[in-house]
Ligand binder design. Structure first.
Ligand SMILES: C[S@@+](CC[C@H](N)C(=O)[O-])C[C@H]1O[C@@H](n2cnc3c(N)ncnc32)[C@H](O)[C@@H]1O
Length: 336
C-alpha cells in the first residue's frame, strides 16, 4: 500500500462525512485561487480531515523532492522551524528526506491541527519527533514564536497567500520573512513554498525582488545569482515563475483520483530558497521557466539566465538528447 493511500485511509477514519465531496470542496478553493476560502474551510473538522487525506502527503512528498533537488544538506540532523505548520506537511517532508531531525518548532494559530498532524506523521513514518507546538499569530510580534536556538531549516509552506494581497498584508509578509531570516543558523535555509497559481506566484516574484535588495539574505533558488530584478516579472504580465516535479501517482490513489475527476501527473508549486548573505551555499545555475514549445522537429524552452530570459532550442529527433524532457523549474548546466 502506498504512503498516499495509507494517509487517505487513516484520515478517512477520522470523520463520518463524505470524504470525496469534502476533497472536491477543498480542491475548488485551492484551484480557484481563493486562499480566504481555504482558511475558513480549514476550520471545519471534516475539511481538515479532507486536507489530511489528500493534500498533506502530496505536499510532504513535494517538499522532500524539492529538498533533494536543491541538495539542501546539513552535517547533523537539522533543527526545524515550521511556520504556519498546519498538520506538519513541511515537517513530514523534512522527515521523509533527512530521516533524522533534531529539535522541531511548529507554529500555528491552530494547535489542534498540528496535534492531529503529529499523530499521523508518527504513525505513518513510524518515528518519534522531538517537537514543540507554539500557538501564535504570525502577523504579530515574532517574540511570541521565535525559538531561542538558531534554526537550520525554516518552512513557510502554503501560508503567505492566506495573509491576503493588499498593501498591509504585503508588509506583514515581509516582516515575517525578515524575522524568519533572523532565526537562521549561518548556513541555514528558509524555504517559502506557495501554490503555483499565477496571482500567488507573481506576488512571490515581487517578494523575491524585495529580498534581492535586502542586505541580510541571498536567494539560492530558483533564481540565478545576482539578478537584481526578476526578468520574468519585467518581461510580461502573463508569465509566472513556477516549478513542476514529475510524479508517479500510485495505482491505489489513481483510483481515488478517477472518482474525484482529478489528475496528479506532477507536483506544481512556486518557491524561494533563501540563506543568510554570508552563508557558503551557492545560488542556482540556469533554470527552465517555461513548458516545452514543440514544433514538428524541434523544441524550444525559455531559460532564466544572468542576462535575462533566453531561448534554448534543439531537435526533437535526437534520441540521445534529454533536451525534450526538461521540466518547468528544472536546473540545467550547459557547460557539460
Ligand atoms: C494551507 S495551511 C498550510 C499548512 C502546511 N504548512 C502545509 O504546507 O500543508 C495554512 C496554515 O497556516 C496557518 N496560518 C495562516 N495564517 C496564520 C497566522 N496569521 N498565524 C498563524 N498561523 C496561520 C493556518 O492556521 C493553516 O494551518
Amino acid at each position: 500500500m502506498s504512503l498516499e493511500y495509507e494517509a487517505f485511509l487513516l484520515a478517512n477514519s477520522m470523520h463520518r462525512s463524505n470524504i470525496l465531496s469534502d476533497i472536491k470542496l477543498l480542491w475548488k478553493s485551492i484551484a480557484i485561487d481563493r486562499a480566504d476560502f481555504l482558511a475558513i474551510y480549514l476550520q471545519k473538522p471534516s475539511l481538515k480531515r479532507a486536507y489530511l487525506s489528500y493534500y498533506w502527503v502530496l505536499y510532504a512528498i513535494k517538499i522532500a523532492r524539492l529538498l533533494n533537488n536543491l541538495k539542501i544538506n546539513f552535517e547533523n540532523p537539522p533543527k526545524i522551524l515550521d511556520l504556519g505548520a498546519g498538520p506538519l506537511s513541511a515537517t513530514m517532508g523534512a522527515a521523509l528526506f533527512y530521516k533524522n531531525l533534531s529539535n522541531i518548532f511548529a507554529v500555528d494559530r491552530d494547535v489542534n491541527f498540528m496535534k492531529i498532524g503529529l499523530k499521523s506523521v508518527e504513525k505513518l513514518l513510524n518515528v518519534k519527533l522531538d517537537i514543540e507546538f507554539i500557538k501564535a499569530n504570525l502577523k504579530w510580534f515574532s517574540s511570541s514564536w521565535k525559538p531561542k536556538l538558531k534554526i537550520d531549516l525554516i518552512f513557510i509552506a502554503h501560508v503567505l497567500n492566506e495573509f491576503g494581497n493588499n498593501y498591509s498584508s504585503l508588509e506583514k509578509k515581509k516582516k515575517l520573512i525578515l524575522n524568519a531570516i533572523n532565526c537562521l543558523s549561518p548556513n541555514g535555509v528558509l524555504l517559502i513554498i506557495e501554490p503555483a497559481s499565477k496571482t500567488i506566484s507573481r506576488d512571490l516574484m515581487k517578494i523575491r525582488d524585495w529580498i534581492q535588495d535586502n542586505e541580510q539574505a541571498k536567494i539560492i533558488a530558483p533564481c540565478f545569482s545576482g539578478i537584481l530584478k526578476c526578468p520574468l516579472l519585467v518581461q510580461s504580465k502573463f508569465n509566472w515563475c513556477h516549478s513542476e516535479i514529475s510524479y508517479n501517482r500510485p495505482t491505489d490513489m489513481a483510483k481515488i483520483d478517477k472518482l474525484l475527476g482529478l489528475e496528479k501527473d506532477f507536483l506544481k508549486f512556486s518557491y524561494l530558497a533563501i540563506t543568510p548573505i554570508d552563508s557558503n551555499r551557492k545560488s542556482s545555475k540556469l533554470r527552465i521557466v517555461s513548458g516545452a514549445m514543440n514544433s514538428r522537429y524541434s523544441s524550444k524552452y525559455y531559460v532564466c539566465s544572468q542576462d535575462g530570459i533566453k531561448t534554448l532550442s534543439g531537435y526533437r529527433n535526437d534520441i540521445s538528447n534529454s533536451f525534450v524532457d526538461f521540466r518547468r523549474g528544472q536546473e540545467i548546466d550547459l557547460s557539460v
